[in-house]
Ligand binder design. Structure first.
Ligand SMILES: Nc1ncnc2c1ncn2[C@@H]1O[C@H](COP(=O)(O)OP(=O)(O)OP(=O)(O)O)[C@@H](O)[C@H]1O
Ligand SMILES: [Mg+2]
Length: 427
């Protein structure tokens, strides 16, 4: 629908656009000091100039959107939509998506010395926190360039069943991985779980109780340098870039130690304890991945706080990644974790980005229970399913052999699914 602009040189256009795109458009136009109408005009003009067959943008739930365009442009746009067989809403969504991609935020290029911080958590045990923490850390640290090729080959051969599980088309996946840049990064994997599974699975000795560890650095009892605790994974694929901060059984007392220290020392903040402890090594890393224990106590608040969006940090760069299973008890556990995150955000006035959900150990033989539950994960409003993993034998073998997955079977399905998780996290 179009009506004349008050000063006569533009006409009002009323259409629909998904609210996420409306929001991004508003922010990006402001960042680039443009009017929204100028941005939309450029977006539509560029979109009409080049056809991209197969390109589609999710428009379910699009909301009313209006702006002002030069006379005639909207009519021309509608003709192009008809010629390309897409709805006006789809045409506008494609125009804006392309324009956003072609006009990145000035923040994107701002060099930062702060590492990306990703916490993998769920208080439900055995859902895959350790498996996924290690997997994504390895993907970020592997030889640069090789992962992108493995991933493209994997998507070329992906089955329709896999696509259905991920609720994506092949083209959407190819689009997702088109700017894939993981690999070659300096990565720290933190074993934040006193069960020590991560350390043990990678063949690393845990830190004995009584010695300085992440726990004593968090409670302010340590005197040494936290960097002295770091162990390097010795596999050619990571060329010295993948490091581990080993766990300690002393972590079983971390919640009570944090509470006690806060009670005894004025000014000690429990939630910032992990940030203070890891601060001295941040400059050495591009990515820090934290493998959490299956709990929801004070130590988890400190972990979630550490993964919050920092001032000027790009949305989706740091945040929480949640492995779940396709069953009802996982949904209950998710609801509790979700409330804890929201409470922390409200209480401390901060924002914790949701990087996505990974549905792990998916077993289609469980029929309706598994498939209906997967549908429910896909239907969550604030989360995206960024991976669906079956029970794969290579994963169990790596644990038995105490070797990183990407060193043992770098071209396996499991390795590529880990790359896909990294590609989709925070998008
Ligand atoms: N996709 C998979 N295929 C095969 N085995 C898997 C897969 N995911 C996890 N496992 C195995 O299942 C077990 C539990 O996984 P993991 O240790 O990653 O879960 P967790 O959430 O970290 O558990 P916890 O809460 O005890 O820390 C491990 O033995 C792991 O090797
Ligand atoms: Mg674990």
């Amino acid at each position: 629908m179009a009506s004349p602009y008050p000063d006569g040189d533009r006409e009002k256009v009323a259409s629909k656009l998904p609210s996420a795109l409306q929001q991004q458009l508003k922010v990006r136009a402001a960042e680039l000091a443009l009017d929204i109408q100028e941005a939309v005009e450029a977006a539509i003009t560029d979109w009409r100039a080049v056809e991209r067959p197969g390109f589609e943008v999710e428009t379910a739930g699009a909301k009313s959107f209006s702006t002002w365009l030069p006379p005639g442009l909207y009519e021309d746009f509608k003709t192009t939509c008809t010629d390309r067989g897409v709805s006006y809403t789809q045409g506008l969504a494609q125009s804006i998506r392309d324009w956003l991609d072609a006009h990145p935020s000035p923040q994107d290029g701002v060099p930062t010395t702060e590492p990306e911080r990703k916490i993998v958590c769920n208080q439900k045990g055995g859902v895959g926190k350790t498996t996924i923490s290690a997997g994504i850390a390895e993907v970020e640290a592997e030889t640069p360039g090789v992962g992108a090729k493995c991933l493209r080959d994997f998507i070329d051969d992906i089955t329709s069943t896999e696509l259905e599980r991920l609720a994506r088309t092949r083209d959407q996946l190819l689009d997702l991985v088109s700017g894939y840049s993981a690999g070659g990064r300096r990565v720290l994997l933190v074993d934040y779980d006193p069960q020590l599974h991560l350390s043990k699975q990678l063949g690393i000795d845990p830190i004995p109780v009584g010695e300085e560890s992440l726990v004593s650095h968090m409670t302010g009892e340590a005197h040494g340098d936290i960097r002295d605790l770091i162990v390097t994974i010795d596999e050619p694929r990571f060329s010295g870039r993948l490091h581990v901060l080993p766990g300690t059984r002393a972590g079983f007392l971390l919640d009570s130690k944090l509470a006690l220290t806060a009670a005894q020392s004025r000014g000690f903040q429990k939630e910032t304890a992990l940030e203070r402890a890891l601060h001295p090594l941040e400059a050495d890393y591009d990515v820090i991945v934290i493998d959490s224990p299956p709990s929801l106590g004070l130590s988890m608040d400190a972990g979630l706080y550490y993964a919050r969006r920092r001032p000027n940090e790009k949305p989706g760069r740091s945040g929480v990644l949640i492995p779940v299973q396709s069953e009802d008890s996982s949904a209950d556990a998710y609801d509790m974790l979700d409330s804890q995150i929201q409470d922390l955000e409200d209480d401390l006035h901060l924002h914790i980005d949701r990087l996505g959900i990974v549905v792990n150990l998916f077993d289609s033989r469980r029929g309706y229970i598994a498939t209906s539950s997967l549908e429910e994960w896909h239907a969550l409003d604030d989360e995206t399913v960024i991976g669906v993993l079956d029970d794969l034998k290579e994963q169990r073998e790596t644990v038995r052999l105490k070797r990183p997955l990407l060193a043992y079977v770098p071209e396996s399905k499991q390795a590529n699914l880990m790359r896909l998780i990294v590609a989709g996290a925070g998008k």
